[in-house]
Design a protein around this ligand. Structure first.
Ligand SMILES: *[C@@H]1O[C@H](CO)[C@@H](O)[C@H](O)[C@H]1NC(C)=O
Length: 346
C-alpha cells in the first residue's frame, strides 16, 4: 500500500504529461522536452506545456512564425526551428522568450530580420541563422543581444552590414560570416568585439580590409579569409591586431605577387603572435610569369629585381657625386695654381 502511494505522484505526472503534450509531438521528462521534429507541421501546435524547456520543431514545413506563437512559455531555453520554410518572423513572434538561450533558425528562407528581432531575446547565448537568404543587416535587428556568444550567419547573401550592427554584441566569441557576399571589411564594424575569438569570413568577395578594421580585436585566435578577392594586403592592418596569438588563413585569393606582397607576408611571419597557417598555399594569380606558383617558393626573389635596380641607382648617384667632387677639386687646384703663378709674376 505504501509502495503504491509512493508511485502515485509519478503515475499522475506521467498521465498529466501525456495529456498536456500537443498532438503529433512526443513529450519527455514530464514535458520539459517537447519533440515535434519532422511531422510535416505547417503551423506551430497548440497546447505546448508551460514548463517546456526544449522545443524541437525542426524539419517541418512551417512557412512563418506568427505573433504570439510562444506566449506563456517562460521556461523555454532552447528553441529549434531549423529546416523549415520560414520566410517571415512576424513582429512580436519571439516576445515572451526572455530566458531563451539557444535559437536555431538555420536552413530556412529568411530574407530579412524584423527590427524587433532581438528585443525580448536578451538572454540568448547562441543564434544560428546560417543557410537563409539574408542580404543586409541593419542595426536595430541585433541591438539587444548583449549576452550573445555565438552568431552564425554563414551561407546567406549578405553583401552589406551597417557599421553599427554589431555594436551591442560585446560578449561575442564566435562570428561566422562564411559564404556571403561581403566586399569590404570596414573600420568600425568590430569596434565592440574585444572578446571575439573566432572570425570566419572565408568565401566572400572581400577585396579590401580597411586598416583599422581588426584593431579592436584583443582576443582573436582565428581569422579565416580564404576564398576571397584579396590581391594585396597592408602590413599596418595586421600590425594593429594586438592579440596573444592569432592564426590567419588566407589561401585561395587572387594574390598579385610582387615585392610589396612578399614583404608584407614576410613581416607578418616575423610578428611573433601572428601565424599564417596556410602560407604554403598562398598561390600567385598574377603577374602571368608567377601565376600558379606559391609565394613561399619564391624566397626573396620578387624583391631581387627591385634590390638590383635600387643598387644600380645608388651606384650611379654615388659615381656622379664622386665625379662632381673630383671635378670641383681639380677646378679649385687649377684656380689656385693660376693665382699662385699670378702672384709670383707680380
Ligand atoms: C565582387 O567584388 C568585385 C570587386 O572586387 C566587384 O566588381 C563585384 O561586383 C563583386 N561581386 C559581387 C557579387 O558583389
Amino acid at each position: 500500500m505504501v509502495g503504491v502511494m509512493a508511485l502515485l505522484p509519478l503515475l499522475f505526472n506521467t498521465v498529466l504529461g501525456a495529456k498536456l503534450c500537443p498532438n503529433h509531438c512526443l513529450c519527455y521528462e514530464s514535458s520539459d522536452l517537447v519533440d515535434c521534429q519532422s511531422r510535416e507541421l505547417t503551423h506551430i501546435p497548440h497546447g505546448i506545456p508551460h514548463g517546456t524547456w526544449l522545443l524541437d520543431l525542426s524539419g517541418n514545413k512551417l512557412p512563418e512564425v506568427r505573433s504570439g506563437s510562444f506566449t506563456g512559455l517562460w521556461s523555454l531555453r532552447i528553441l529549434l526551428l531549423t529546416n523549415n520554410s520560414i520566410q517571415t518572423l512576424q513582429p512580436q513572434s519571439l516576445s515572451s522568450l526572455q530566458f531563451l538561450e539557444r535559437l536555431d533558425l538555420s536552413f530556412n528562407r529568411l530574407r530579412w530580420l524584423p527590427q524587433d528581432f532581438s528585443q525580448s531575446l536578451s538572454s540568448l547565448l547562441e543564434l544560428r541563422l546560417d543557410h537563409n537568404l539574408l542580404q543586409q543587416l541593419d542595426s536595430p535587428s541585433l541591438n539587444h543581444f548583449e549576452n550573445l556568444k555565438k552568431l552564425d550567419l554563414s551561407y546567406n547573401h549578405i553583401w552589406e552590414m551597417e557599421v553599427r550592427v554589431l555594436s551591442s554584441l560585446s560578449r561575442l566569441n564566435l562570428l561566422n560570416l562564411e559564404g556571403n557576399k561581403l566586399n569590404v571589411l570596414k573600420d568600425g564594424l568590430l569596434t565592440r568585439q574585444q572578446s571575439l575569438e573566432v572570425l570566419l569570413l572565408s568565401h566572400n568577395n572581400i577585396s579590401l580590409i580597411e586598416s583599422g578594421a581588426l584593431s579592436p580585436l584583443r582576443s582573436l585566435i582565428l581569422l579565416g579569409l580564404q576564398g576571397n578577392q584579396l590581391e594585396h594586403l597592408k602590413f599596418k592592418t595586421f600590425l594593429n591586431l594586438h592579440t596573444i596569438s592569432t592564426h590567419l588563413q588566407m589561401s585561395f585569393n587572387p594574390w598579385i605577387c610582387d615585392c610589396e606582397l612578399q614583404r608584407v607576408f614576410s613581416k607578418i611571419q616575423h610578428v611573433r603572435h601572428l601565424q599564417v597557417e596556410d602560407y604554403k598555399d598562398i598561390i600567385c594569380h598574377a603577374p602571368a610569369q608567377q601565376a600558379g606558383a606559391s609565394l613561399a617558393s619564391m624566397d626573396s626573389q620578387l624583391c631581387m629585381a627591385e634590390t638590383a635596380s635600387v643598387l644600380v641607382i645608388t651606384i650611379t648617384v654615388m659615381l656622379a657625386v664622386f665625379g662632381a667632387l673630383v671635378k670641383a677639386e681639380r677646378n679649385r687646384k687649377n684656380k689656385q695654381t693660376v693665382s699662385d703663378t699670378d702672384s709670383q709674376e707680380k
